[in-house]
Design a protein around this ligand. Structure first.
Ligand SMILES: [Zn+2]
Ligand SMILES: [Zn+2]
Length: 315
């Protein structure tokens, strides 16, 4: 065997992860053709259930979104599947001790804040404290924006996004914002006026979310839930162009509550407006949509690379 043939064999062997080293090595590409990272995975009460969703949907790693007393469960997840999870923590921004609780979570090992879903104005003083803290601690903050109730008297969340959030993005240039949910995604289209949770039909170019992803280096998009899937299902030509243009700024997430990664159980919390996802796994639906709408390179960034860059963790 000459030296070159020997080196080729060594290189090929190195590319095959051993089972023993799999947790820390690059996971296999699997059924999606790229390893995948779910930025928006609500932590289940038991690690086995969270892992069942990941395995069922063919997802390698996930960022757990948590709130309340969670540290023991986060540790249990890490013990059950070492190196497979990161986590964010959330706390009500209207409470006086919000900064204290959020700071403690970062000290305990959380990589960011989220999902932040509270009844306060997006540009109000309550959220402002969390935005400033995220900049100080150099962690991203993931926000749920919603202007239309899903059920009677649900109330709205981080309101005023389309009208006010450009000012917030300007005022906090050192804060890394991750936008999510109905108002964030409906505003890819310039004709959105809070008329419904999930608008349909072709996209009108010039929506504020599309514009701000271009204009502000500190804004990223979490593609999870029916909101992200719906927006990217409206207009094939727009979607292909949008994914290409914002390929450094978009991150795959599921927000799927289904039991098995195949649509068993309830995927979108019985939200009547999201009935298009009944019996489906949102993770699978969105991965399928992204795969057919993006080049393999762009797909890999959105479902894997960008999340690692944003969370400052090795891929
Ligand atoms: Zn949400
Ligand atoms: Zn699912």
């Amino acid at each position: 065997m000459d030296r070159r043939a020997f080196l080729e064999i060594v290189a090929a062997a190195a590319a095959i992860p051993s089972f023993a080293g799999q947790a820390s090595a690059q996971p296999a590409a699997g059924e999606w053709g790229s390893p995948t990272f779910d930025l928006h995975c609500h932590m289940r009460p038991e690690a086995a259930r969270t892992i069942a969703h990941l395995d069922g949907a063919g997802i390698a790693k996930a960022n757990l979104l948590t709130r309340g007393t969670v540290l023991e469960n986060v540790k249990a997840h890490d013990a059950a599947a070492p190196k497979r999870f990161t986590w964010f923590h959330s706390y009500d921004v209207t409470k006086a001790d919000a900064e204290q609780v959020l700071t403690q979570a970062i000290k305990d090992g959380a990589q960011g804040f989220g999902e932040m879903k509270y009844h306060a104005a997006a540009d109000g003083p309550e959220y402002a404290r969390a935005f400033a803290l995220a900049a100080d601690l150099k962690v991203p903050i993931l926000i749920h924006f919603q202007e239309v109730d899903h059920t009677p008297n649900e109330g709205t969340w981080a309101t005023g996004y389309a009208k006010t959030f450009a000012d917030v993005l300007k005022k906090y240039p050192k804060t890394t914002f991750i936008g999510h949910a109905d108002a964030f995604w409906a505003n890819v289209s310039a004709d959105y006026r809070n008329q419904e949770a999930y608008p349909s039909g072709p996209i009108v170019k010039g929506g504020v979310t599309d514009k701000w992803l271009s204009d502000f280096p500190n804004l990223f998009g979490d593609m999870s839930a029916n909101s992200g899937n719906n927006a990217m299902s409206r207009d094939d030509a727009f979607t292909r162009d949008f994914l290409q243009r914002h390929q450094e700024k978009l991150i795959f997430g599921s927000d799927c509550a289904c039991a098995d990664g195949h649509g068993g159980g309830i995927s979108q919390g019985n939200n009547p407006a999201a009935s298009r996802m009944v019996g489906k796994c949102v993770a699978r639906e969105t991965l399928t949509l992204l795969k057919k709408s993006a080049s393999p390179e762009v797909f890999q960034k959105i479902v894997w690379g960008n999340a690692h860059r944003l969370l400052k963790i090795p891929a």
